[in-house]
Design a protein around this ligand. Structure first.
Ligand code: FES
Length: 261
């Protein structure tokens, strides 16, 4: 940042001013975001396109659930026939991806970390003018409310996958993968419930909450989760990657799945 100074009639002198007066390590948070979010994006893209090792009886990777193509190793519903030759993960990826990409918290995180817009409080934007989300293309972020409704079936589907993970080829049982799948379903469910749109659905557009005790109770519960939305967003994101990785390693024989009974 450069400014000029001088009295009337004097020649202006350029002074190099610091971009920020902050002396703490404000750059640590955006750096962690770049590393973790970048690693997740690369891994999830690879996992969605690789089209292999996503199923080992009875475990199905969350990146491929629900499996909708007849090419699936473990089709949930065969909605798409043989003509669909790409990875079946690509049929469902737009829903969780769109939900996370437009999440209010992730928006803040990746605007700061990747676009430096701005990188931290009291640190200037990397670009000259801030135009916000009031015009194209960022105005499209408002579709988050729509993605909230579209994502609602997914925690239920993942819970179903977790319950099916008790059904081994040799009968009823429970392995570490069963617990991993169930935990992932719960984490996604909590993430969806903690969403700002969910909070609005529960308690929005009401003038007097005390007249709607059920919605008030729901709103209070969701608000408690919403206060931890950032933490929940990170944990659920790491959880889905760990779940896919675990199933992938079991499926390709790198590790074996401990069986409890
Ligand atoms: S605001 Fe983050 S998921 Fe809705």
């Amino acid at each position: 940042m450069t400014s000029t100074t001088g009295h009337a009639g004097a020649v202006p002198v350029a002074i190099d001013a610091p971009r920020t007066l902050r002396r703490d390590r404000w750059w640590v948070e955006p750096l962690i975001t770049v590393v973790v979010l970048g690693a997740f994006t690369v891994y999830a893209t690879w996992a969605a396109f690789v089209n292999a090792d996503y199923y080992v009886d009875p475990y199905l990777s969350p990146f491929y659930s629900p499996c909708l193509a007849s090419s699936c190793h473990h089709a949930t519903v065969e909605l798409f026939g043989d003509w669909f030759t790409l990875s079946p993960a690509l049929l469902i990826l737009p829903f969780p991806l769109g939900f996370r990409l437009t999440c209010y918290y992730y928006r803040k995180a990746y605007y700061r970390a990747f676009f430096w817009s701005p990188p931290a409080c009291a640190v200037p934007d990397a670009r000259g003018a801030y135009k916000g989300e009031s015009r194209f293309p960022l105005i499209l972020q408002n579709v988050h409310r729509l993605f909230f409704y579209l994502i609602l079936p997914f925690p239920i589907l993942l819970l179903w996958d977790g319950l099916k993970a008790f059904d081994f080829p040799d009968g009823f049982g429970m392995g570490l993968g069963t617990l991993v799948l169930l935990a992932n379903a719960v984490l996604l469910g909590v993430y969806v419930l903690s969403c700002h749109s969910c909070r609005h659905v529960c308690g929005g557009r009401i003038d007097c909450l005390s007249e709607k005790p059920t919605r008030y109770g729901l709103w209070k519960f969701v608000t408690r989760l919403n206060e931890r939305h950032m933490l929940i967003a990170w944990i659920s994101m790491v959880g889905v990657a760990v779940t896919d990785l675990y199933i992938r390693l079991v499926a390709n024989g790198t590790i074996s799945d401990p069986r409890f009974f």
